[in-house]
Design a binder for this molecule. Structure first.
Ligand code: GRG
Length: 278
């Protein structure tokens, strides 16, 4: 499946407006599409057609994109570059960017509710998506990050990363298992895999923030610019790299243990994420 074409279809039913244009502007700006790809790899690993995951794959990328649009707003990180383009509020305006984020979030759940898959599986998958993206998941992580709690130790920022980054990386793994008919215990085991990948991914982001340029990243290196406490500032680059590698390795080891699951393609994908340069 051509993933960008598939994501592009997400807005087909949305009426034309400036807000729709703003939604499309950020959604189609060329992210790495990691979350939808994770969902498809889990479905395929269980022998299920990736078509079954299309509404959720779109929804994951839409929710991820909304979180980036809102995170870039002046009230949050106040960034002007994202995915190699001016951020949404710079290209449009602040009010439109807020509505574009709201529109992506709402339309994501609309698409999931229209899924033709088994209704009990769909309902469970929607509940997981809402929990992982919502105020006990990613939004909780953002809440901690904008200063609700003190962040002095690695344990403090580990918690932020688990919620802010880990939850939306766990969601596709858990949703893939649920759409493939797996039980709650198996979905929870995938949640733990997502936590490992999420922590590794965020440590890698912290490393890239100091080792890559804004042009290479397609976004502003705002953490180092804002003198934020990160895994690199707390652990040092060498230790951060070691921990990142161990976490990715542990996630692959856990994935290899799922029964009835063809793990090699997903493990290859995770090794590709570890090798990313942006
Ligand atoms: C505003 C509700 C709300 C949440 C914001 C996702 C987020 C929470 C903030 C964005 C900033 C950030 C560093 C988030 C951590 C997750 C992360 C590393 C996002 C970037 O994901 P990639 O690398 O981005 O998959 P692309 O652009 O490739 O899709």
């Amino acid at each position: 499946m051509k993933i960008d074409e598939m994501i592009g279809g997400a807005l087909d039913q949305v009426v034309n407006s400036r807000v729709r244009d703003a939604m499309e502007y950020s959604l189609m700006a060329g992210g790495k599409r990691i979350r939808p790809t994770l969902l498809f790899e889990v479905l395929k690993g269980y022998g299920k057609d990736e078509e079954a995951g299309v509404p959720f794959a779109r929804a994951l990328e839409m929710i991820h994109t909304y979180s980036l649009i809102h995170d870039d707003l002046p009230a949050m990180d106040n960034d002007d570059l994202r995915r190699g383009r001016p951020t949404n509020h710079i290209q449009f305006d602040e009010a439109t960017a807020i509505l574009a984020g709201d529109g992506l979030l709402t339309e994501a759940f609309h698409l999931c509710a229209l899924s033709k898959e088994d209704p009990s599986r769909v309902l469970k998958a929607i509940a997981i998506l809402a929990e992982m993206a919502g105020p006990s998941g990613m939004i909780y992580g953002q809440c901690l990050d904008i200063g609700e709690s003190q962040q002095d130790t690695f344990e403090d920022i580990r918690k932020v990363h688990l919620y802010k980054t880990g939850c939306l990386l766990s969601a596709p793994l858990m949703i893939g298992a649920v759409l493939a008919g797996k039980d709650d215990a198996e979905a929870e085991a995938w949640h733990e895999v997502g936590n490992l990948i999420g922590l590794a991914f965020q440590i890698q982001d912290d490393i890239l923030d100091i080792t890559a340029t804004a042009e290479e990243l397609g976004k502003t290196n705002s953490d180092s610019r804002n003198n934020k406490v990160t895994s690199v500032s707390l652990l040092g680059e060498k230790e951060a790299r070691r921990l990142m590698h161990d976490l990715y390795e542990e996630s692959c080891a856990r994935i290899a243990q799922f029964g009835g699951f063809e793990s090699a393609p997903l493990i290859t994908m995770i090794r590709g994420i570890e090798a990313r340069s942006r």
